[in-house]
Design a protein around this ligand. Structure first.
Ligand SMILES: CC(C)(COP(=O)(O)OP(=O)(O)OC[C@H]1O[C@@H](n2cnc3c(N)ncnc32)[C@H](O)[C@@H]1OP(=O)(O)O)[C@@H](O)C(=O)NCCC(=O)NCCS
Length: 202
C-alpha cells in the first residue's frame, strides 16, 4: 500500500464492451458483533482469503482473481474481517482508470466476500465502509463497483451513468456504480472506466 500508482492501464480509446468478469451473477475498526475486527490483510493470510472467496462465490474465479491482484497490482487495498482469529470476510480495491483522465486516482471495489455462515451480520457493510475510508486515506478520490444495485447505494454509491461514466462491461446501467470520496471529484469527468488487465485474464 502507498506505492505510486502504475499508470500503464490507461485507456484513451473507449473499447468495445465485454462481458463482466466471472462472478457478477462486486486500520482497525470495531463492528457491533462480538470480537470482530476489520484490518489490512497480512501476507500469511493468503490461503484464508482464498478460502473465504471460494466459499462465498459459486466458482473459484474470484478467489483466483484476488490472488492475481495481490501478486500483480499495486497499490491495492485488501482488508479482512476476523472473528475469533478466523478470517470470515474479505474486500479488495484496485486502481481503475477513467479514459482521458490517467491521473485521476480511482479504485474499483472487487471482489468482496463473506463466508456463507457469517453473512447478513453486518460484516460486508463494515468491510465496505472501512475500505472506502482506507481508499480515501490513500488519496483516491472515487470508487466504482460492479455489483448488486440494492446493496451498494446504502454506502453512498449511485449509478455511474449519473456522472457520465460507463464501464467496459456489458451490464445493465444500474449495476455499475460510483461514489466520490472527494466531493466533486467526478464532476465534468466523463468516460469509460477500465479495470486492470488482470480482470480479463482470470
Ligand atoms: C455480498 C456480501 C459480501 C454481503 O456480505 P454480508 O456480510 O452478508 O453483508 P451485510 O450483512 O453487511 O448486509 C446484508 C445485506 O446485503 C444484502 N445482500 C447480500 N447479498 C445480496 C445480493 N446478492 N443481492 C442483493 N443484496 C444482497 C442483504 O439483502 C442484506 O440486506 P438487508 O440489510 O437490507 O437485509 C455477501 O452476501 C457475499 O459474500 N455474497 C456472495 C459473494 C458476492 O455476491 N459478493 C459481492 C459481489 S458484487
Amino acid at each position: 500500500m502507498g506505492v505510486p500508482i502504475q499508470a500503464d492501464e490507461t485507456d484513451q480509446q473507449p473499447a468495445r464492451k465485454r462481458s463482466p468478469p466471472g462472478g457478477f451473477s462486486a486500520a482497525q475498526i470495531s463492528v457491533p458483533r462480538g470480537h470482530m475486527l476489520i484490518r489490512a490483510e497480512k501476507e500469511n493470510e493468503r490461503d484464508a482469503v482464498y478460502a473465504v472467496n471460494a466459499s462465498a462465490f459459486e466458482t473459484k474465479s474470484e478467489a483466483n482473481l484476488v490472488d492475481a491482484l495481490l501478486e500483480k497490482v499495486q497499490p491495492v487495498v485488501s482488508l479482512v474481517a476476523v472473528e475469533n482469529g478466523e478470517v470470515v470476510g474479505h474486500i479488495m480495491f484496485s486502481p481503475v482508470f477513467l479514459s482521458g483522465y490517467p491521473n485521476l486516482k480511482m479504485m474499483g471495489l472487487a471482489p468482496m466476500a463473506v463466508t456463507p455462515e457469517h453473512q447478513r451480520n453486518g460484516i460486508g457493510s463494515a468491510l465496505v465502509r472501512a475500505g472506502l475510508e482506507r481508499c480515501r486515506q490513500l488519496g483516491f478520490v472515487a470508487v466504482v463497483v460492479l455489483g448488486h444495485p440494492e446493496y451498494y447505494p446504502r454506502f453512498g454509491f449511485s449509478p455511474a451513468s449519473r456522472f457520465g461514466i460507463d464501464s467496459e462491461y456489458e451490464v445493465p446501467e444500474d449495476v455499475f456504480m460510483a461514489i466520490e470520496l472527494q466531493p466533486g471529484a467526478l464532476i465534468g469527468k466523463t468516460g469509460r472506466v477500465k479495470y486492470n488487465a488482470v480482470f480479463s485474464n482470470v
